[in-house]
Design a protein around this ligand. Structure first.
Ligand SMILES: C[S@@+](CC[C@H](N)C(=O)[O-])C[C@H]1O[C@@H](n2cnc3c(N)ncnc32)[C@H](O)[C@@H]1O
Length: 286
């Protein structure tokens, strides 16, 4: 009599997708591929390409454990401890936000505004988290250098670690500060993705955000605009003549943030929308 057929990527993938669907999670097939990829430390493409590959008992235990965590609401990026941003891999820690794809809008705006990649720009990234914005920029501008600031020591450490992993450590430095109080002038471009959710709205965030992203990365104070006020007060001093800024904003915050920035004498040049059509980034200059 033939024994039980060996478990393969294909068969376990199908079963995982059914479990994810039963748990009410969207895109169960795609999610199942990512679960297997994370558990087996393979790329989603490798999972896709090798459905016939046999799985050991250890592989299957790892997949089952990862699946349980996903069904319990833990983001896969947190389980893997990694997130891709601008095509680069960033290590995450409990002190860093899990970078969001819409934040890449800032990088697109800087590239549009500063087309010459050989310029030795000096960038400043306020609220650097994993370092994703500063390091993505340094990857695009090979002669540029920059500083990333975060109030969370753990975030600055993770960003420093990411800079080294990405081979950008020689051009990036990280400081722990309350925005840029200790920094002097001299930046050609300043980027920031500040916390911009009102304190009251934090409780309404989906559990995968509320339970896993650090509160300091999300909480924008009573009206969600506190960090913009603090940053706006510092930008005129920090930017070189001709320097510009690109700052992420939350849905519906464009007019209020523009008013805050203009009150400090800054000029607004444009608003940029993300792929979902939400106004996501304000760009302006001294
Ligand atoms: C929304 S997260 C952005 C992280 C990263 N730039 C990204 O886009 O993924 C905001 C960051 O600002 C930092 N932050 C909050 N308050 C700060 C302050 N007063 N000074 C400096 N950084 C601050 C948080 O620790 C967090 O890392």
């Amino acid at each position: 009599m033939a024994g039980k057929p060996p478990s393969t990527i294909g068969s376990v993938l199908g079963a995982a997708a059914i479990e994810l669907m039963a748990a009410g999670l969207d895109e169960p097939r795609r999610r199942a591929r990512r679960v297997l990829a994370t558990a087996l430390d393979l790329s989603a493409t490798e999972i896709f390409a090798h459905p016939e590959r046999a799985l050991t008992a250890t592989d299957q235990e790892r997949i089952a454990a990862t699946l349980r965590r996903v069904i319990a609401g833990e983001p896969l990026s947190r389980i893997a401890g990694m997130r891709e941003f601008w095509g680069l891999e960033f290590v995450l820690s409990v002190d860093t936000l899990d970078p969001r794809p819409e934040t890449e809008t800032i990088i697109e705006e800087v590239l549009a505004r500063a087309p010459d990649r050989d310029t030795p720009h000096r960038f400043l990234d306020l609220g650097t988290g994993s370092g994703c914005l500063l390091l993505a920029l340094l990857s695009e501008f090979p002669r540029a250098s920059g500083v990333g600031v975060d109030i969370a020591l753990g975030a600055a450490r993770t960003a420093h670690h990411n800079a080294g992993r990405l081979g950008l450590g020689g051009r990036a430095s990280f400081v722990v500060d309350d925005w840029a109080r200790s920094l002097g002038a001299g930046f050609d471009a300043i980027v920031a993705n500040p916390p911009y959710i009102s304190t009251a709205a934090l409780a309404e965030l989906p559990p995968e955000v509320r339970n896993y992203d650090p509160k300091r990365a999300l909480d924008g104070g009573a009206d969600g605009l506190g960090a913009f006020r603090a940053i706006a007060a510092e930008l005129p001093r920090l930017l070189l003549p001709g320097g510009f800024f690109a700052i992420e904003i939350g849905a519906g915050q464009a007019a209020a943030v523009a008013a805050i920035l203009m009150q400090t004498g800054l000029r607004i040049d444009r608003f940029a929308s993300d792929l979902a059509g939400i106004v996501r980034c304000v760009v302006g200059r001294r």
